[in-house]
Design a protein. Structure first.
Length: 553
């Protein structure tokens, strides 16, 4: 048995033992993790697969006091190697990097010269020790007639539960995992959902024991999450294509602030820079050097059937209309301002232009917040909305909305994207954020959909990995009230939101999406109870979309 296998099983056992202690925050927990796993305490990862390249990641902990965010520890030489086989008899690429405190001792290697659609194994070596072995896979060649399978995840709140859905997805055979954001949560232990709300029944507490507001805090938080054995297993098994959402910095982030940001918590500029810097250090993302501005929105081609746009819906967006925090029934007329943007003009132009030019079978959008309209009353046909707007702007355009942090808060830009989708065919929007599972058709016009059934795209929404849905939170306040909420939401959907074809509003899990020349198949794999360690994860629902139909069946 090779050293690497020994260390990998040690990693899993060691990290599992650490998690079993109930908290990673105790110094003892760190000491145990360090003793079992050093210097590769946080495992290995890969991401952003291209046909000939993939990004490899690790963090080196040079000594016990060089915890994430500490700034401690000397520079360390790190060797890396990539092999066609798990025993490393056929090494095809290797090299060296230096891990330094400047980047929190994280290491990124953009390995090039690889073969398309190929599985590889990789490992690192530092301070005389080999890392656990990671497995990764390059993207299919752009003209390859390749079926593509993607895992889709978001919203892993450490304090609200366990990451069994990550562990289960690690066991699936996927080309890549899309992480649509809320990889970490910024909250302190006093309120994982904000001040004054009750916490989860089965809590564990992330380090640091305070709300994250500085680059040091965010580095510590990422380091804590990455001690989780299920998350380490997922990263070691599949390449991840990640974008941030709001909680990588603060709840309901927009361009110049966030709902969960107060002026006393450092300047927004320094806080957001810190959160984004830590994310770039700790996620296996390809860095764009020389770009005039930090840019994470990007397109990846996965064979001839999938063009994938990963969006950034936080860095450029205008502020949410009023009632952004718990925003049921926002009637803020600024919502309908035609100049409002979530993507920023450049990103919106880039997406619309790319959709129009794409020749892939499926145009897939890695989208953070729900795109489909949710209305709390009858939606008016577009022509009627236009007439009503000067008279009653609050009700114009899809009536009163439910959540203005999602696309319902940016209806003008959504209409622009709907028009672009209407010009191309077979757009599939993959979404996270909302901690519920949905399969929806995107109506061409919400006000006439009930009669015409016209849709321009489909949206498939992954539940949270461990973050609670609204009904989970309600159930915690008042057991049984979640059932009433579910009934109300269900009747509202039937009456006013007929484009919603499937909703599951209580369980955590992940989404598995298969795309080929003829159809998309989506499977929702849900955990019985994410607040229970080792909860079973089961296939809960399957939906299909035939090519050219924009229909969920
Ligand atoms: Fe979330």
């Amino acid at each position: 048995m090779s050293t690497s296998i020994d260390r990998r099983s040690l990693l899993i056992r060691g990290a599992a033992g650490l998690a079993a202690s109930g908290t990673a925050s105790a110094l003892l927990g760190w000491d145990r993790a360090y003793a079992a796993l050093a210097p590769f305490v946080h495992g290995v990862a890969s991401g952003d697969p291209l046909p000939d390249a993939v990004v490899l990641w690790t963090r080196v902990t040079p000594h016990r006091h060089a915890q994430p965010g500490s700034g401690h520890g000397p520079a360390v030489d790190v060797r890396w190697e990539v092999s066609e086989d798990e025993s490393f008899d056929r090494v095809v690429a290797h090299g060296r990097r230096r891990a330094t405190a400047r980047h929190d001792h994280t290491v990124h290697v953009d390995v090039t010269g690889l073969e398309p659609g190929t599985t590889y194994w990789y490992r690192f070596r530092a301070l005389g020790v080999r890392s656990p072995v990671g497995r990764t896979r390059t993207a299919p060649a752009a003209d390859a007639d390749a079926a593509v399978r993607l895992g889709v995840v978001s919203c892993a709140n450490y304090d609200w539960g366990f990451f069994g859905a990550y562990r289960h997805l690690a066991g699936q055979d996927v080309d890549a995992v899309l992480h649509l954001g809320d990889y970490i949560y910024e909250y302190g232990p006093e309120g994982p959902l904000g001040e004054g709300l009750p916490g989860p029944a089965a809590a564990r507490h992330a380090d640091p024991a305070r709300e994250c507001t500085t680059v040091t805090d965010y580095r510590i938080r990422h380091g804590c999450y990455r001690l989780d054995p299920d998350l380490q297993t997922l990263h070691a098994r599949h390449p991840v294509i990640a974008v941030w959402d709001d909680h990588e910095i603060a709840n309901d982030t927009w361009r110049d602030g966030a709902e969960n940001h107060d002026p006393g918590e450092h300047s927004w500029a320094s806080r957001s820079r810190g959160g984004r810097r830590a994310w770039l250090e700790w996620l296996p993302v390809r860095r764009t050097t020389g770009a005039a501005e930090l840019r994470i929105h990007r397109r990846l081609r996965l064979g001839k059937h999938v063009d994938l746009w990963m969006l950034d819906e936080r860095r450029f967006r205008d502020q949410q209309p009023d009632s952004a925090a718990f925003s049921a029934g926002s009637v803020d007329p600024t919502r309908n301002d035609p100049g409002r943007t979530m993507l920023g003009t450049k990103q919106a132009d880039w997406l619309c232009g790319g959709l129009t030019k794409s020749e892939a079978t499926w145009k897939v959008i890695g989208n953070q917040v729900p795109f489909f309209p949710t209305v709390l009353g009858p939606a008016y046909p577009g022509e009627v909305s236009a007439i009503l707007e000067p008279v009653s702007p609050a009700l114009a355009h899809e009536a009163v909305t439910q959540n203005v942090d999602d696309w319902d808060g940016y209806p003008a830009e959504r209409r622009r994207l709907v028009a672009a989708m209407d010009r191309v065919r077979d757009v599939v929007i993959l979404t996270g954020d909302v901690h519920q599972s949905y399969a929806c058709e995107i109506p061409r016009d919400a006000g006439t959909y009930a009669v015409t059934g016209d849709s321009v795209a489909v949206e498939l929404i992954a539940p949270g990995i461990s973050s609670p849905s609204l009904s989970t939170i309600v159930a915690q306040f008042l057991p049984g009230a979640d059932l009433a909420l579910d009934a109300v939401e269900g009747s509202n959907e039937r009456a006013f939101n007929p484009w919603i074809k499937f909703r599951e509003s209580s369980r955590c899990g992940y989404l598995l999406v298969d795309l080929d020349a003829q159809r998309v198949r989506a499977q929702w794999w849900l955990a019985d109870d994410a607040q229970t360690r080792r909860s079973p994860v089961r296939l809960a629902h399957t939906a299909r979309v035939g090519r050219g139909t924009h229909r969920i069946s």
